[in-house]
Design a protein around this ligand. Sequence first.
Ligand SMILES: *[C@@H]1O[C@H](CO)[C@@H](O)[C@H](O)[C@H]1NC(C)=O
Ligand SMILES: [Zn+2]
Ligand SMILES: [Zn+2]
Length: 270
Amino acid sequence: MFVSLMVFSLLFAGRAICGRFEEEKDEKDYALHYLTQYHYISPTRSGNHNATKAIENFQKFFDLPVTGELDEDTLYQMNKPRCGLPDVDVNGERFKRYATLGKWYKTTLKYYMTYGDDMSHAHQARIMARAFKYWSDAAPRLNFAKTNNVGAANFRISFGRRAHAGVSGERQCGHPFDGPGRVLAHAYFPSDGRIHFDNDERYTETGASSGWWFWKKESQSLLAVAVHEIGHALGLKHSNVKGSIMWPTAKKGTPTLHSDDINGIRSLYG
Ligand SMILES: *[C@@H]1O[C@H](CO)[C@@H](O)[C@H](O)[C@H]1NC(C)=O
Ligand SMILES: [Zn+2]
Ligand SMILES: [Zn+2]
């Protein structure tokens, strides 16, 4: 009895150590993929390719202790639901406050939308109108109107899974989604107009979290994610100001614009 217990516990310990090793390798692979996707490791030859420096820049951007190591805080931050666009420029350097890329040279802009699976079309249309209003309230020269004519639209909003296309007739998007969690959405800078949501997420108007572990029910805030993605489609990049809507990770609840977002949008359309 004693011997078999011991054998059992040795086997068990062996498996646990092995499992932990595999887990660390997976974490490291995921972190390198993440740092590359968000440009902390540069996509260009001349940019940053030092992984330690990339981790440090990631930690600085997200206001974490700068250790240069994949510690618990760092991995936790890397697993949060977020936008799929890069955080830093192609050299792998950090942004300061708001940053912009392109703009529209007119201020009356039309949007065409298709719908996700989670709410009625009328409800989703109301949420999208509410999201656009954040930006026209901050920069009153902007006017947004919904159109049913895709050819007349400046913005084309769609929901898709994994390797997705946009609205009907649009080519395949070059940036596949990743199933539930992690990447929630992405958008293109002016004057492209595409705004894509990951249809593998569960969306409600302002997001919710209830229960725990196996019984945990989570939904993302379509409103908050839409305000963020429309920000990109208007020309705003990610900001390292923690309370801003252009911060890369998703927030639940009813969003508010930070003075950093307002300064950003007014620098383009003020
Ligand atoms: C990589 O970056 C770290 C931290 O910034 C630095 O200490 C190290 O010297 C760099 N390594 C190389 C090969 O440049
Ligand atoms: Zn984003
Ligand atoms: Zn896409």
